[in-house]
Ligand binder design. Structure first.
Ligand SMILES: NC(=O)c1ccc[n+]([C@@H]2O[C@H](COP(=O)([O-])OP(=O)(O)OC[C@H]3O[C@@H](n4cnc5c(N)ncnc54)[C@H](OP(=O)(O)O)[C@@H]3O)[C@@H](O)[C@H]2O)c1
Length: 407
């Protein structure tokens, strides 16, 4: 650590020159917000690598604008047009799963892990294994392989910084020197677009309603997860791994305004919280500048104008995903991997209008009931469990009995 001329405490390696950054999932909601911050700080950051899955035009435009050294497109079918779009620029182009890992291995000091879903596991692990700072937005990575990922973090000496607004809030007020004095952490949840809806009303909701989040602008998958409240369940598992707390010490409270991003309660009765407007550029800026601070254009809070902050108990009856995630975490082993994979498949089927909204949680539950629980000992084993869960969930999607379970 070193103190800069203007009194900031930063890692020695960032004192001179700028940070080299790689963004896995550059064309998505988190990737776009990260690049917005880089655009506003052209002297502080240089882009090493960028990745996308299918949006090769968006990736090519970003690569040109930020003069990336390397770009990777996950879907190999887009390799040719991407390469042509970047010909003559000197930017190296790769395609396929191996290229995403190659992007993560490139010499960056800071990597944003913002691919959606378990597809981000290998690239995120590749970045972690380099022992650099990894800003983690891709919560599914910790849900499906938390123990193995944390072991890799310890082995490599990487620094994992949470980007999820709740975990970032907790990170900011969590006294790592006094973990014994932490009674519990409290994750806040907006409740999503169906917070006040009955089950009968939810049954009528389609993708357009489910992705219309009242506070946050996000990718389609996490928006549907917020509507089912699976997102909060995934965050419970994420928090368990990041802060090494048993689930009994992790509470969830519904806070519709999304102003208090989460809280830590201490044994002396103190409760510390982090507040801010619902704009992901605040937690991303925290991780980009860490351990210093940088300016972010997020709208500023006007507490007097807000006037009222409200809180409610979460309802595991209307939102069975909350129960399913607690059960999967308690079961341990491959149960969270199964839950995550089945949810990814069910959410995709819902977005394609192949199943109804309530069937998402039902498919996840049936998949968990059907498959054996194993202790994943390697990433290869995680992939086997993940694949099996996807196959089982897909089979349920095509069965007429789905949708008839009463909760
Ligand atoms: N958005 C938020 O406010 C927010 C907040 C907290 C946490 N997170 C987490 O951050 C992650 C990203 O969320 P997001 O909202 O930014 O998602 P998003 O808008 O859907 O973007 C996802 C990114 O990942 C890429 N991608 C998709 N499928 C892929 C695959 N199979 N292989 C490789 N790359 C793939 C996409 O490329 P294409 O554009 O080419 O499809 C895009 O760049 C998720 O895990 C989410 O839970 C998001």
């Amino acid at each position: 650590m070193a103190l800069t001329g203007d009194g900031r405490l930063v890692d020695d390696k960032f004192v001179d020159g700028c940070r080299r950054v790689t963004i896995l999932g550059a064309t998505g909601s988190i990737g776009t917000s990260t690049l917005d911050l880089l655009r506003r700080n052209p002297d502080g950051y240089a882009v090493e690598a960028l990745t996308a899955h299918s949006d090769w035009q968006g990736l090519a435009a970003l690569a040109r604008e930020f003069r990336a050294a390397y770009v990777a497109i996950g879907d190999e079918r887009h390799y040719q047009p991407l390469q042509q779009a970047l010909s003559g620029t000197g930017i190296e182009v790769g395609a396929g799963a191996g290229a995403l890992v190659e992007a993560a291995k490139r010499p960056a000091d800071w990597v944003m892990a913002a691919i959606v879903g378990a597809a981000g596991l290998e690239p995120t692990l590749a970045a972690i294994e380099r022992g650099v700072v990894v800003a983690l937005a891709n919560k599914e990575v910790l849900v499906c392989a938390g123990d193995l990922v944390l072991t890799a973090v310890k082995r490599s000496g990487a620094t994992l910084l949470p980007v999820d607004s709740e975990h970032n809030a907790i990170f900011q007020v969590f006294d790592f020197a006094q973990v014994g004095a932490i009674e519990k952490i409290i994750l806040t949840a907006s409740g999503g677009p169906f917070r006040a809806a009955s089950r009968a009303q939810m049954a009528q909701m389609g993708p357009a309603q489910a992705v219309a989040h009242p506070n946050w602008s996000m990718g389609a998958k996490i928006s549907v997860d917020s509507a089912t409240m699976m997102n909060k369940g995934l965050e419970l598992i994420e928090a368990h791994h990041l802060f090494q707390l048993p689930q009994e010490k992790i509470d969830i409270v519904v806070h519709p305004q999304s102003v208090i991003h989460s809280l830590v309660a201490y044994t002396d009765g103190s409760v510390l919280a982090q507040l801010g407007s619902p704009d992901m550029r605040t937690p991303i800026a925290f991780t980009l500048a860490w351990p210093a601070r940088m300016a972010s254009p997020s709208p500023r809070l006007d507490l007097a104008k807000l006037a009222t902050l409200t809180f409610e108990e979460p309802d595991p009856i209307r939102f069975p995903s909350l129960r399913l995630t607690r059960e999967a975490l308690a079961a341990g082993g491959s149960a969270p991997t199964t839950l995550n994979a089945a949810n990814e498949v069910a959410v995709q089927a819902f977005l394609e209008n192949r199943i109804g909204f309530l069937e998402i949680a039902e498919i996840v539950e049936r998949t968990l009931e059907t498959l054996p629980n194993e202790v994943p000992e390697s990433i290869a084993h995680i992939h086997i469990c993940d694949r099996r869960a996807r196959d089982a969930a897909m089979a349920f999607i095509d069965r007429p009995s789905v949708g008839q379970r009463a909760y």
